[in-house]
Design a protein around this ligand. Structure first.
Ligand SMILES: O=C(O)CCC(=O)CC(=O)O
Length: 261
């Protein structure tokens, strides 16, 4: 399991694809890990990309120090990962929390980002009370206490019914998230408001959202698209929050169309 010292913690990462391929960094959502990108890896590497993915702070095999964390801190983790791997720059795709990190990178570290894909994410996530409630639930009952409701937001009813193997895999990812890491990242999202800054993003940007995402809705995505001049916007049909997992072919096609365009 490759680990790297980054921003004072150990980050777990994985690299797939040709050594001299174009560098693409993938960043995971809250309560998942780098395996959330498994459906994309074959097509991206076949298309010549060197795909670098990592478990964000508090998730998967990365350290989960006591929080609260901040989106700034999570963005510095990503930059420290690039530094540790000797990479000056990479294209970036992040889903949900990963997309919040992508926005921060685009503002604070424009020189480290090539093209930017912001998937099923928000610049601001209402409400503060909702996050207090989720954090309290996990403090009391662990990740089990939020797992079923999370799956309901992440997948459409049809996928929940027809794809038990995929749902089980993601359910296990949620349960595998250290509560301290979930809480640290939830505090980061709770405190975040990037609406006043992302207008400064100059990287070519694609905003993608599952048309049925109830968590970071198409309205959240349209807000980001409206704030980032020249950005592109795409809705993925028959997908909720985990659009890359629910509609892998459409999602990866959109990624490659944008990155190669
Ligand atoms: O998933 C994330 O990275 C943060 C946004 C969120 O909590 C979505 C959800 O599970 O409702």
């Amino acid at each position: 399991m490759p680990l790297i010292d980054a921003n004072g913690i150990k980050l777990h990462y994985r690299i797939d694809g040709p050594e001299r391929g174009r560098q693409l960094l993938l960043s995971n959502s809250l309560a998942s890990n780098l395996e959330m990108w498994d459906p994309q890896i074959g097509d991206l590497t076949s298309a010549g990309y060197r795909v670098i993915r990592y478990d964000s702070r508090g998730h998967g095999g990365s350290d989960a120090p006591e929080g609260p964390y901040s989106i700034e801190m999570l963005a510095e983790d990503a930059v420290a990962l690039l530094d540790g791997l000797g990479l000056a720059k990479a294209d970036f795709c992040g889903l949900s929390k990963g997309g919040m990190v992508g926005q921060m990178l685009g503002v604070r570290h424009a020189d480290r980002v090539g093209k930017l894909i912001l998937a099923d994410t928000g610049a601001y996530m209402p409400t503060k009370e909702m996050w207090d409630g989720r954090i309290k639930t996990v403090e009391k009952g662990g990740m089990e206490a939020v797992a079923d409701a999370t799956i309901e937001r992440w997948f459409t009813p049809a996928s929940r019914l027809n794809r038990p193997g995929d749902i089980e895999k993601i359910h296990a990812m949620i349960l595998g998230t250290p509560p301290q890491g979930f809480i640290g990242c939830s505090r980061a999202i709770q405190a975040m408001d990037q609406r006043g800054t992302i207008g400064g993003i100059t990287a070519p940007t694609l905003v993608i959202v599952g048309a049925e995402d109830p968590a970071t809705t198409p309205d959240h995505a349209k807000e980001i698209h409206g704030l980032i001049g020249g950005s592109q916007y795409l809705e993925i049909p028959e997908a909720a929050h985990f659009a890359n997992f629910e509609q892998p072919q459409l999602f990866t096609k959109a990624m490659l169309g944008f990155l190669n365009g």
